[in-house]
Design a protein around this ligand. Structure first.
Ligand SMILES: NC(=O)c1ccc[n+]([C@@H]2O[C@H](COP(=O)([O-])OP(=O)(O)OC[C@H]3O[C@@H](n4cnc5c(N)ncnc54)[C@H](OP(=O)(O)O)[C@@H]3O)[C@@H](O)[C@H]2O)c1
Length: 338
């Protein structure tokens, strides 16, 4: 089989298309032919050595894929050859609270990822593709979609009529917009691009704010809600956005702390957190039970993942590079059949 392997040193230039022996499924495992993958900002950080500088090399990047079961190991249960599946991001997190062990077993670092024609996974770490989705569409779900789902329906469920603020128009945020609309919430989307905001409106955003033109977008969001504040923030910006997110929130509001696009270290005034009784909830993707619940909703509502561009998988390096420029709207994917 062929795989794209990061070898020698971190950096996109060190991603090399390599011949490797076909893996053989062990007890309880399934061999999956990967048909599609999608890119997350984390994958870029990982390849650049910024997510985990101690990640041992060589390794196979990318966490999110979709494919078909082509062989089963001894005693493998719950799957048949030909089943279309997606591997869990956190391979051992099936349900319940996160634990150190569950959070450690993630694909695309430290475990080898899906930038490979064949891979083996424990059967219990594979989830069926929702009816109606192509392989490329399904490959967008394991990290970005599940993160958005967990943010909105994990510890505190968004209610119809509540207001949700979503930052930017990347993979996680566009799924958050789609799920919040499904739940009957009003969604405010921020973006650096007015053209992208028009697309967000077409997807059901209730209001939009260009955060370049309106640096005090938190206050603007509050004003849009008649001074009440928003109930939810899906926080992906990190250091440069979290204070403004607190400005946007209503008393008793909930912030899902997800991303660090502008950096993970900064100063934060804690006063609004306690004076407004705000909840900050860290999110790390989610577990299998959440993935299954999300897929049920996707199938029932025929939700279509928003895909910006599909690249041939051998061009994964170029595709990953394109994440840096942040021109995309939704997900960037790789097709293994192209
Ligand atoms: N905790 C978790 O479980 C988890 C899971 C998935 C992702 N993440 C993290 O969440 C973040 C987003 O990931 P992603 O894969 O969705 O990224 P992505 O697709 O690369 O999204 C990038 C987009 O975010 C927006 N953005 C960038 N800087 C911003 C800023 N300072 N303020 C507001 N928006 C900004 C931009 O949208 P516009 O062009 O519209 O401005 C940009 O196009 C990353 O930090 C990632 O590591 C965390």
């Amino acid at each position: 089989m062929k795989a794209v392997v990061l070898r020698g040193a971190f950096g996109i230039e060190n991603m090399v298309l390599t011949d490797l022996p076909d893996p053989i499924p062990g007890p309880g495992q399934a061999l999956v032919r990967i048909k599609a993958a999608s890119l997350n900002y984390r994958d870029w950080l990982m390849v650049m050595g910024r997510y985990n500088p101690k990640q041992p090399l060589p390794f196979i990047p990318l966490s999110d894929g979709a494919g078909e079961v082509v062989a089963l190991g001894p005693g493998a249960q719950g799957l048949r050859i030909g089943d279309r599946v997606m591997p869990l991001f956190a391979q051992g997190w099936l349900a319940g609270p996160p634990t150190k062990d569950r959070l450690r077993q993630t694909l695309g670092g430290p475990f080898d990822g899906v930038l490979t024609e064949l891979a083996v996974f424990p059967c219990e770490s594979l989830v069926p593709i929702p009816t109606g989705l192509s392989n490329v569409q399904a490959a967008t779900l394991p990290c970005a979609a599940l993160t958005a789902w967990t943010a909105l329906f994990g510890s505190r469920r968004v209610q119809p009529g509540e207001t949700v603020l979503v930052q930017g128009t990347g993979g996680v945020s566009i799924f958050a917009l789609q799920f919040a609309v499904l739940a009957g919430a009003r969604v405010i989307v921020t973006s650096s691009s007015s053209a992208k905001l028009e697309r967000a409106t077409a997807l059901g955003a209730w209001a939009t704010i260009n955060y370049r033109e309106t640096p005090a977008w938190g206050r603007k969001a509050k004003a849009l809600t008649d001074g009440q504040g928003v109930d939810y923030v899906v926080e992906v910006g990190g250091a440069a956005t979290i204070q403004e997110s607190l400005q946007a929130l209503a008393p008793g509001g909930h912030m899902a702390v997800i991303g660090v696009l502008s950096g993970g270290v900064g100063t934060l005034s804690l006063l609004p957190v306690l004076m407004q009784a705000i909840t900050l909830q860290g999110v790390l993707v989610g577990h299998r039970d959440g993935f299954t619940a999300m897929n049920r909703a996707i199938a029932a509502h025929e939700l279509q993942p928003v895909i910006d561009r599909v690249w041939p998988w051998q061009q994964a390096g170029q595709a990953l590079q394109s994440l840096e420029t942040a021109q995309h709207f939704g997900k960037i994917c790789l097709d293994f059949d192209a």
